[in-house]
Write a protein that binds this ligand. Structure first.
Ligand code: ATP
Length: 282
């Protein structure tokens, strides 16, 4: 076993894959400015394999959409990027994920640091049953920031970053549960921004929202990419086409195609991608 494999965590194993034929050429695009590099990633839930030999470079400060039919492994892939998936005890992985050139599966890598830098926003808004202010200040407080003036600044900056400061600046001490779903989701985005991440993972962040709130979150994603790298899982192909720079198409746990969004939708290289985007299955 080589040094890299020895250093991997117990859950990252060198295990055989069930599917031998995996085409990688043409999928993994080398990016001069990748922030996350995934190589030969496999993932198992117990004995069921959910990801097969996924290799993909995630570009920095762009929006990358992950599309594919239900059960193809989109959420699993997303949750692997900040090692959240490993909270499920039966999960095992093999392969490599580098965040800013550091192997995140290394036993030396600090998960808490990773989760600060690679934040996550979920499908259903999940604010804590606390005030707007306390929701956003939660992460910084955990990181030891206590001074009120500093927290005030972080809360304001994060809510501004999530384009909801003007709506909520006079309601900071109201319970976040009293907000609309769309407002709650933007507070959750502000909560993610408050710990100064680099990457924001979004798992179908608009699927529980009405069209107006969806449009606001989509607009926000466009603004956020100036500072952050965003990876968004979506069932909605129009949404992927509207807001992403790159799109990855997954099927049965394999990354089938990864390309500039316009190319993927206008000129898919793989028949399976074409069938999916033209609605022939899924
Ligand atoms: N906690 C779990 N335990 C066991 N198997 C799981 C678990 N979570 C997901 N799976 C399986 O892994 C595969 C991929 O699921 P995943 O949720 O990643 O797909 P998805 O593409 O995000 O689906 P959807 O679009 O429906 O959310 C599926 O076969 C699913 O049943």
């Amino acid at each position: 076993m080589n040094k890299v494999m020895e250093e991997k965590t117990n859950k990252n194993v060198n295990q055989g894959t069930k599917k031998p034929e995996v085409k990688k050429e043409g999928i993994k695009k080398e990016n001069a400015n990748s922030i996350i590099e995934v190589n030969d990633l496999n993932l198992w839930y117990g004995s069921d394999q959910a990801l097969y030999e996924v290799s993909m470079d995630v570009p920095e400060k762009q929006v990358t959409a992950i599309i594919g039919p239900s059960g193809c492994g989109k959420s699993t892939f997303l949750k692997t990027l900040n090692r959240m998936v490993e909270m499920i005890p039966i999960v095992k992985t093999s392969g490599s994920i580098k965040y800013r050139d550091q192997e995140i599966f290394s036993s030396k890598y600090k998960e808490e640091y990773l989760r600060t830098k690679v934040g996550m926003v979920f499908q259903k808004p999940n604010p804590f049953p606390k005030s707007v202010y306390d929701n956003v200040a939660y992460g910084p407080r955990i990181h030891g920031i206590k001074k009120k003036e500093v927290l005030d600044q972080i809360v304001e900056k994060s809510l501004k970053g999530a384009a909801i400061w003007d709506e909520l600046k006079d309601r900071l001490h109201e319970n976040a549960y009293g907000l609309s779903g769309g407002q709650q989701q933007r507070v959750c985005i502000a909560r993610a921004l408050a710990v100064e991440p680099d990457v924001i993972l979004m798992d179908e962040p608009t699927s529980a929202l009405d069209p107006i709130s969806t449009a606001k979150v989509e607009e926000l994603v466009q603004e956020l990419k100036e500072k952050y790298s965003i990876i968004i899982v979506t069932h909605n192909m129009q949404q992927a086409a509207r807001i992403s720079d790159k799109t990855a198409f997954f099927l049965n746990g394999e990354l089938i195609e990864f390309a500039d969004t316009d190319d993927l939708f206008q000129n898919p290289h793989d028949k399976r991608t074409e069938d999916y985007i033209t609605g022939r299955f899924g």
